[in-house]
Design a protein around this ligand. Structure first.
Ligand SMILES: Cc1ncc(COP(=O)(O)O)c(C=O)c1O
Length: 347
């Protein structure tokens, strides 16, 4: 049977029509290569204005794993490590890419996808001398891998402990749009630029064909970053492709409009699923949600919808992951809810 809709991820569709239109309109303009074109320059200036930090440096790369490798490998010395929650993308879903660069990940337990200042302090205190790695960076993501977000006070707490312990704070923003557009979020791009040493603004999962903008606010981490990008194969000859897309996303509020739409679709799913009496793995207010459903219902839904079974909760129930995107239609959400209701025997 053909699937009614895929809730697998937020990159099942191509790009927002405005991006395709701009790519077509700019197609024949001749530009310098390797990100030195006018579009990349303008996009970088636009982002600096949005984050209200003229001293930041901006680099466009093609994907999230690449951004994580580049940022972490460039900021760490050979014997230094990165602290991350156990749910972190770098710890589970990057095929050991960070470890391949020679750096240990100090994984700390986390139920909500977040990390706490005390955990960072404990790891630092446990690593006392040159017989062990030296923790030098903290990896967080916003939204987290289970859809939760950091509040400003939490981020301030992390920034403070990182300052005390002389650690770099790095935020993976694969789904930053969704995080900042969450109704529960009290963080702005400006706050991030103030509190975090490096972050990236993810666009692959928010309307672009592909692309992430790495923002480095800490001056000592800025020199030579382009060498790192080049050496790891990330400096695209047609870097314009990334600049054009970011320029369009940040020309007005498109980036946040798209994220808000994805969140609204997820929120509609949450309300509908909650009304049927099911609970959730995490209190997500972003575009990834994790309802806990009986196996028999999951099997029926799998015949009609694409999604991942995320975590087994007990012998009968599992959490599934449903992801909405900038392109998800209300009709797809409502069809899912109608089918779920009928499988539950309520409708
Ligand atoms: C939080 C986070 N970071 C990084 C990535 C990796 O992105 P990519 O698949 O573009 O390498 C993902 C992808 O799902 C992600 O969710």
């Amino acid at each position: 049977m053909e699937m009614k809709h895929l809730f697998l991820d937020d990159y099942s569709e191509g790009a927002h029509p405005r991006i395709l239109k701009t790519l077509e309109e700019t197609n024949l303009s001749q530009e310098l290569g390797y990100g030195e074109d006018d579009y990349c320059r303008q996009a970088a200036e636009t982002i600096k204005a949005k984050i209200e930090n003229p001293y930041a440096s901006i680099y466009f790369v093609s994907g999230g794993t690449q951004a994580n490798i580049l940022v972490l490998a460039s900021m760490l010395k050979p014997y230094e490590s990165v602290i991350a929650p156990q749910t972190a993308h770098i710890a589970i879903h990057e095929a050991g890419a960070i470890e391949l660069t020679g750096h240990k990940i100090n994984v700390v337990p986390s139920k909500d996808g977040k990390i706490k200042p005390e955990q960072i302090a404990d790891i630092c205190d446990e690593h006392t001398d040159e017989h062990m790695v030296r923790p030098k960076a903290v990896f967080i993501s916003n939204s987290t891998e289970i859809g939760t977000i950091y509040k400003k006070s939490e981020l301030e707490g992390l920034a403070e402990i990182c300052k005390q312990k002389r650690l770099f704070l790095y935020l993976d923003g694969a789904r930053l749009g969704s995080a900042l557009a969450s109704l529960e979020s009290d963080i702005s791009l400006r706050d991030l630029s103030r509190l975090v040493d490096v972050f990236y603004i993810g666009a692959t999962k928010n309307g672009a064909l592909l692309g992430e903008a790495v923002v480095i606010t800490r001056p000592e981490l800025q020199p030579d970053f382009r060498y790192h990008i080049k050496q790891r194969g990330g400096l695209l000859a047609k870097g314009r492709l990334l600049g054009i897309q970011f320029l369009e996303l940040f020309r007005d509020n498109l980036y946040f409009d798209l994220a808000r739409h994805a969140n609204e679709m997820a929120c509609r799913l949450v309300h509908g699923i909650d009304a049927l009496g099911y609970s959730f793995l995490s209190p997500s207010t972003t575009n990834q949600i994790f309802p806990i459903l009986p196996g028999s219902i999951i099997t029926k839904l799998q015949q009609m919808y694409g999604f991942y079974v995320w975590e087994k909760m007990d012998s009968e129930n599992s959490a599934i992951r449903l992801v909405t995107s900038w392109a998800t239609k209300v009709e797809a959400v409502d069809a899912f809810l109608i089918d779920l209701r009928s499988f539950r025997g309520v409708g």
